[in-house]
Design a protein around this ligand. Structure first.
Ligand code: SAH
Length: 444
């Protein structure tokens, strides 16, 4: 059964583009109203989660006790005194800010007719910020109301440090961390029993947990599409569990598609010469490298979080750590120099609002005449021709376009020489990122 098959919280098989119909508001649409809108939606989502958590009640407490006893023993070993002191100092600072945020939240809720105010954090991540996704995957994170105050405070401090200025952001830290197992970890614990059975969850509890998983996936997804990649990178560096959680949901989602872009690329790139160098920008769990490296191909995989093996950590919209230059400032078109990459793959990975930076980086690292392969969710396109002409303006020529798939569209471009960009040119170009809509997985 799919992760999200829960009445009321179902996710459609195919991601759907943002639909603004329900959110029409009178008055001019500006950045402030967008922020308020986002904050309100996050707040509403949290209320739902709160309700769910209350329903979990004693059962989840018992589960929490069991799991936290196991996890905290291990964790205590790693947590030195120094870290605790740091956290408590930061918490002191944090206290004041939280008071202010609570004040603002109370203001808003009372304006909305005295809706019930959210109790303070009900979040608990058992994962240290320094732990990688694989270690996170071994843990069983869970929902617990006001269980371990110190850990909650540390979590709050982390969230605060990501973006102290935004109320919507400050609420994020109150979202529950749930089910951080990766598919491989799930397999490892599945000796004849489902994970839910292993944890002794009743059907109701398992159902509620799925709802929480779905809510959290949607929240992370939205954050990835609606923030600058620098912000997403910072958040994931501080709490890699976010990355692991996202990929559990992403895999479930994509598995329900008839086929997926990575499968397509594995098959088409398999016939390339063995020495081909491929850069996979936004590689996720590096499925491409896992399939092609054993076939003697060179696949360099980049994503916001490293797995310690295949994946190199990088914000691909900002800087891919590979050689290659932009055209020299001397004037005239050029390919730049020093590149080693033959093919760049961007499979469903043009996510941050600054995604044009990733295309520019792809151009910089590609050899003269190199190939750029882009796959994007079909519903994200405002206008496919606009998208093609935009990519072309960064120094590419369209070779082929494949719109046959119901879920995603495939493009192949060839790198062509271009003029250098002035800062002004680039500011203008990169502001056109909205030609791709965010991809939202709707709650049904
Ligand atoms: N290409 C993979 C994963 C797709 S999910 C596949 O098709 O299976 C999208 C991935 O892009 C996520 O792992 C996300 O972390 C990554 N991503 C998005 N923006 C990124 C950025 N600026 N830098 C690096 N990775 C990014």
């Amino acid at each position: 059964m799919s992760l999200f098959e829960v009445p009321g919280w179902n996710v459609p098989a195919a991601p759907v583009a943002q639909n603004n119909k329900k959110r029409k508001r009178p008055g001019p649409k500006d950045k402030d109203s967008d922020d308020v809108d986002e904050a309100e939606r996050i707040h509403a989502a949290q209320k739902n989660i709160e309700k769910l958590m209350r329903s979990l009640g004693q059962g989840m407490d018992a589960l929490d006790d069991h799991a936290s006893a196991t996890v905290s023993k291990k964790k205590q070993k790693h947590e030195g005194k120094e870290k605790k002191e740091k956290a408590s100092k930061a918490v002191d600072k944090q206290g004041k800010k939280q008071e202010q945020q609570r004040g603002r939240t109370a203001d808003k809720t009372s304006k909305k007719g005295g809706a019930e105010q959210r109790p303070k954090s009900q979040t608990k991540s058992e994962t240290d910020a320094a732990a990688g996704p694989s270690s996170a995957a071994k843990q069983e994170a869970h929902v617990s109301p006001a269980k371990n105050k110190k850990k909650q405070k540390r979590k709050q401090v982390r969230a605060e440090s990501v973006d102290a200025g935004s109320e919507a952001e400050s609420r994020r830290e109150s979202l529950p961390v749930v089910s951080v197992a990766t598919p491989s970890a799930v397999k490892a614990t599945n000796k004849g029993k489902s994970k839910d059975e292993e944890q002794g969850l009743t059907a109701l509890q398992a159902g509620l947990r799925k709802k929480l998983d779905g809510a959290r996936f949607r929240w992370i997804n939205e954050m990835l599409y609606k923030s600058d990649s620098g912000k997403a990178h910072e958040l994931m560096s501080q709490d890699p569990v976010v990355f692991a959680d996202y990929h559990v949901g992403f895999r479930h989602q994509v598995e329900s598609w008839p086929t997926n872009p990575v499968a397509h690329y594995i098959s088409s790139l398999s016939s390339y010469p063995a020495k081909t160098v491929i850069a996979d920008l936004g590689c996720g769990d590096a499925a491409l490298a896992r399939a092609l490296v054993p076939k003697d191909m060179t696949v360099l995989s980049f994503d916001l979080v490293s797995d310690g093996a295949y994946v190199i950590e990088a914000d691909t919209c900002s800087r891919v750590p590979l050689p290659g230059s932009e055209p020299g400032p001397g004037g005239g078109k050029s390919d730049g120099e020093g590149q080693v990459v033959d093919v760049v793959v961007c499979a469903l990975s043009l996510m941050g609002t600054n995604w044009p930076g990733c295309i520019r980086e792809a151009w910089r690292i590609l050899r003269s005449g190199g190939e750029l392969k882009v796959a994007e969710v079909a519903s994200r396109f405002t206008d496919v021709d606009d998208f093609v002409s935009f990519i072309s303006s960064i120094g590419f020529k369209l070779k082929s376009k494949d719109e046959r798939n119901t879920h995603f569209t495939l493009f192949e471009f060839k790198k062509v020489p271009r003029q250098p960009f002035s800062d002004q040119d680039w500011t203008k170009l990169s502001s056109r990122g909205s030609i791709l809509k965010p991809c939202e997985y709707k709650r049904r």
